[in-house]
Design a protein around this ligand. Structure first.
Ligand code: AMP
Length: 395
């Protein structure tokens, strides 16, 4: 167990807190502020305790150079609105300079300041010790509440903990609790639903879930690699030919371990990909005609998957069942989402595209826990140590 901000005395202290304010932006406007609202409980707690709070985050990929397109100024503005108190924006192309140091030194109890985008400095992603020390010099305590970047060893997520007492915020605490419980003490049967485009991205997580889950449900583009491994025709569908052996091995392992391993029995195919498709039909998964591309699970599959989900005690879901961004291919993903909502299972969505799907279908409030970190939640489920968590003090 890692110490949280509640396990140490933060009263009147100066705290530097890593958040994940990597919000989607369009024309300088924040289009979704979920990640900012998710950070509020920790920020409010620190303010209520009379701490002086310095927040930091990255946004986008400015590639180690200042770029006005990726400034955190709009985040400071939104935070000011959400907190109902001014969040001072420490504008600086180099993130920390003498002006920023002076502003941090002057920061009073209960005040909040936000640094500029950490990735304006190449040293951030290199986990450069001098940059980490520079950030640490602004405060007395380090809090990490950025689960989305916890799987990366960067100056603000790992290096900084070498110089300050380091604890987690409430968001990381919550993520570790839900993902940890699902993994270690799941209410059974434990059904893991994995979709998305590639098997190669999910091999490690499938292997790890084979040790924990009772049922593994496969959907999305990666289905076709499993089909091809069985010698089935996959037409123009996405298929990783160099992963056929891996797919075969996974299925054999599932059988040996007695894990139910479900793939689609029927699929929705189209003449072209996504928005360019003009002709559609449903075919049996083992009878895919040449020239067609599989882009969603079919109605028989939806029913089978829904039944499995209805009987689950815990459901973990990562990755869409089809090309859900387009209406024609969203049906399978929607059916899985609906089944999760209907079931009484503890439900956990592992970030990324399934979190967007949950939002698209407006079911977010019906899910037990939606992880804020796609990559981080998968690496956690793979059993990997997350550097941003490892760096924190143990209880
Ligand atoms: P991932 O990033 O691996 O979780 O994959 C998510 C992406 O997979 C989404 O953008 C989906 O559109 C895409 N996807 C899902 N099913 C298919 C499919 N059958 N063919 C191609 N892409 C797919």
């Amino acid at each position: 167990m890692k110490k949280t901000v509640k396990d140490i005395d933060v009263k009147g202290k100066k705290i530097i807190c890593r958040c994940d304010f990597n919000v989607p932006m369009q024309d300088g406007e924040i289009t979704d502020d979920n990640r900012i609202t998710a950070a509020l409980p920790t920020i409010k707690y620190m303010v209520e305790q009379g701490a002086a709070v310095i927040l930091m985050s990255h946004m986008g990929r400015p590639k180690g150079e200042p770029n006005p397109k990726y400034t955190l100024a709009p985040v400071a503005k939104r935070l000011t609105e959400l907190l109902g108190k001014e969040v001072i924006f420490a504008q600086s192309d180099v993130v920390v300079d003498d002006k920023v140091r002076a502003a941090a030194a002057k920061l009073k109890a209960g005040q909040v300041m936000l640094l500029e985008n950490l990735r304006f400095r190449a040293e951030e992603e290199k986990n450069d010790p001098a940059f980490a020390k520079d950030l640490a010099s602004l405060a007395e305590i380090y809090v990490n509440d950025a689960f989305g970047t916890a799987h990366r060893a960067h100056a603000s997520t790992a290096g900084i903990a070498d110089y300050l007492p380091a604890v987690s915020g409430f968001l990381i605490e919550k993520e570790l609790k839900f993902l940890g419980d699902a993994l270690n003490e799941p209410v059974r049967p434990f059904v893991a639903i994995l979709g998305g485009s590639k098997v190669s991205d999910k091999i490690a997580v499938i292997n790890s879930l084979l040790e924990k889950a009772d049922t593994i449900i496969i959907g999305g583009g990666m289905s076709y690699t499993f089909f091809a491994a069985r010698g089935w025709n996959v037409g123009n569908s996405l298929c990783e030919r160099d992963k056929l052996d891996v797919a075969k091995e996974i299925e054999e392992k599932a059988k040996a371990k007695g894990v139910k391993f479900l793939t689609a029995v029927d699929i929705k195919v189209a003449d072209k990909f996504g928005p360019d498709a003009t002709k559609f039909m449903y075919v049996d998964a083992d009878k895919m005609p040449d020239g067609w591309e599989g882009q969603d699970i079919g109605p028989k599959t939806r029913e089978i998957y829904a039944e499995e989900i209805a009987n689950a005690g815990t459901v973990f879901w990562n990755g869409p069942m089809g090309v859900f961004e387009y209406y024609e291919f969203a049906g399978g993903t929607k059916a899985v989402a609906d089944a999760i909502v209907k079931s009484n299972a503890v439900s956990i969505i592992g970030g990324g595209d399934s979190a967007s799907a949950a939002k698209q279908f407006r079911i977010e409030d019906e899910i037990t826990h939606i992880s804020t970190g796609g990559g981080a939640s998968l690496e956690f489920l793979e059993g990997k140590a997350l550097p941003g968590v490892e760096a924190l003090q143990d209880k």
